[in-house]
Design a protein around this ligand. Structure first.
Ligand code: 5GP
Length: 180
């Protein structure tokens, strides 16, 4: 906690906002049995919070997709672990921690549509719209944020800080320390 420069969204804010998103999802998917596809590892706390409030029959699946190194995106998407079920004619809701350049989700949406999903939508906790390099249609956004590297509530810096219960910004000295 000493490494955090500022808290952007407290745990209470994240929890309340996620509940609002879940309420909307409950309405939009009434009558459907969607598959919520979480992208590991960052989506875990957000997915858990969503699931507490999603009030319908649904399935959960997880993918491991890598596209990030340190604070720099590589622009390359690698599927490290795929989902284990057929998604043909199913409604898919991808659950992601943050949309940044959009490269990850642009790729995954195309892939899942290509496999015959009936619909593919995205729920993300954080959305950095200003950083987009490829288009992504995000249906459910927790918070829009400026171009700052954030950590906590699932988001990491070099695999650390995912367990912080809030979303924050790291002190610059942490990057300098780790890069030294
Ligand atoms: P995109 O493909 O949209 O550029 O990147 C998506 C992935 O990049 C996210 O799932 C996340 O892992 C990582 N990412 C993008 N911005 C941030 C950030 O501000 N903080 C952290 N910790 N990860 C980020």
């Amino acid at each position: 906690k000493n490494d955090v420069k500022k808290v952007l969204f407290s745990n209470e804010e994240v929890v309340n906002r996620t509940k609002e998103l879940a309420d909307q999802i409950n309405k939009d998917y009434a009558g459907s049995t969607p598959i919520l596809v979480g992208l590991l590892k960052g989506s875990v706390p957000f997915m858990a919070e969503l699931l507490k409030n999603v009030d319908m029959f649904c399935q959960t699946e997880y993918m491991v997709v890598s596209s990030y190194q340190g604070t720099q995106t590589t622009g390359e998407v690698k599927i490290v672990k795929d989902i284990d079920v057929s998604i043909k004619d199913r409604d898919i809701l991808i659950v992601e921690d943050i949309v940044d350049t959009g490269i990850t989700l642009n790729t995954i949406v195309k892939l899942l549509k290509h496999r015959g999903a009936r619909s593919v939508e995205i729920a993300c906790l954080l959305n950095k719209e200003a950083r987009r390099v490829v288009p992504v249609d995000v249906k459910y956004t927790g918070f829009f944020i400026p171009d700052e590297f954030v950590i906590g509530f699932g988001l990491d810096y070099n695999e650390m800080y995912r367990n912080l219960p809030y979303v924050g910004v790291l002190k610059e000295e942490v990057y300098q320390r780790r890069n030294a």
